[in-house]
Design a binder for this molecule. Structure first.
Ligand code: NAD
Ligand code: UD1
Length: 337
């Protein structure tokens, strides 16, 4: 299929491009590089030995979207382009609504004008909010606790309404758990621009000496070792889920959410120990207060994705940490290395 990938130069998008091309799909990227660098696509091209058409532009720009749609004629769109920092979303709510909701709306309008009816959407487990029960299944109530989470939920609802009103339309809503890890080549990976908000990139930067110590945000949670537990998923497994979702969208209409996680969960202390095993480097830690908005634990029930998409996670925790280490040690300053 011809697949337009918005935000394709980002962390998850770049890994997904490689999986799409490996399966024979033709890809085109639209990215405005607010959180990426063109070097990403240079490396993706080198790794795949394939063609990646790309456009520099904003997903909120109707003229740019029309240009891309007319030139590339996509049969499906994977929509990664968006903003993802929970803390920043509280400080700049209108910016987050503009990009994450407004960007999705502008894209749907352009797809309608071009007659494109298949969309795979990057949603998040954060749409569930405080757990009423765990593991979360897709029927769990959705009451997000941050602006970021609300932008994802509103976009999902918009896609539900769009798919219901458009005969033949298909919207696959992928609710990612915690993506970590990197491509096996060590050539592409996660490259946070500022101080990392998330655990794994922070640990990786401590390991290469860019940060002195990891702050452990609370050790008095109701978990076996008191630190927060999450369902970490290897980014290559997550990328594979998009290929599975594309296949699903070819034969199914309507909108459907899917949890994309492993069903396992690990604590902060587990992650530090696994990273030390993979890297041979000791990670200094210091205890810090709980981070506002954090929950004790979360975990996916991913049985729907297995049953309906034919997808499940294949990579172990050690593969997540080893690939992160391979990427970070070879590229201590990310794509600026
Ligand atoms: P990322 O920031 O690495 O990638 C997003 C890409 O979109 C970047 O290349 C950025 O330059 C581009 N972009 C941003 N705004 C744009 C705009 N207005 N127009 C065009 N391009 C724009 O993030 P990621 O981790 O790859 O996440 C991809 C998607 O998955 C996001 O929508 C994010 O909210 C969602 N998601 C991510 C996580 C995670 O932990 N990484 C978890 C759940 C959901
Ligand atoms: C965070 C976001 C969530 C988003 C997800 C993307 C918040 C409150 N939540 O989730 O909305 O979908 O990222 O992956 O920001 N930790 C430390 N020290 C650190 C960083 C993290 O101890 O320096 C702990 C956290 O308290 C948590 C665990 O590590 O227990 C994982 O944190 P993180 O990687 O930020 O992911 P989430 O909190 O799950």
């Amino acid at each position: 299929m011809r697949v337009l990938v918005t935000g394709g130069a980002g962390y998850i998008g770049s890994h997904t491009l490689l999986e799409l091309m490996a399966q024979g799909h033709e890809v085109c990227v639209l990215d405005n590089y607010t959180n990426a660098t063109p070097e990403v696509l240079t490396r993706v091209r080198a790794l795949s030995n394939g063609a990646v058409t790309d456009y520099v532009g904003d997903v909120r720009d109707p003229a740019k979207l029309d240009e891309v749609m007319q030139n590339f004629q996509p049969e499906a769109v994977i929509h990664f382009a968006g903003l993802k920092a929970v803390g920043e979303s509280t400080q700049k709510p209108l910016y987050y609504y503009d990009v994450n909701v407004g960007g999705t709306l502008a894209l749907l309008h352009a797809m309608d004008r071009a007659g494109c009816k298949r969309l795979i959407f990057s949603s998040s487990a954060t749409v569930y909010g405080d757990p009423v029960y765990l593991p979360y299944d897709e029927a769990h109530p959705t009451t997000p606790t941050s602006v970021y989470g609300r932008t994802k939920l509103i976009a999902e609802q918009m896609l539900q309404d769009w798919a219901a009103a458009q005969p033949g339309a298909s919207a696959v809503l992928l609710r990612y758990f915690n993506p970590v890890g990197a491509h096996s080549s060590g050539r592409i990976g996660e490259d946070p621009k500022d101080i990392p908000n998330n655990l794994m990139p922070f640990i990786a930067q401590v390991a290469v000496g860019k940060r002195a110590a990891l702050s452990v945000f609370g050790d008095d949670y109701d978990t076996p070792d008191g630190t927060g537990k999450r369902d970490y998923i290897h980014v290559v497994d997550l990328a594979r889920a998009h290929v599975a979702a594309l296949n699903y969208a070819q034969t199914n209409t309507g909108a459907r959410p899917f949890n994309i996680g492993t069903g396992d969960s690990y604590s902060v202390r587990d992650m530090v120990a696994a990273f030390e095993r993979a890297s041979g480097v000791t990670i200094p830690t210091q205890l810090a207060p709980r981070r506002a908005g954090d929950i004790a634990a979360m975990q996916a029930d991913a049985t729907r994705a297995k049953a309906e998409l034919g997808w499940d996670a294949k990579h172990s925790l050690d593969e997540m940490t080893a690939s992160t280490w391979a990427w970070q040690s070879a590229n201590p300053d990310g794509y600026d290395s």
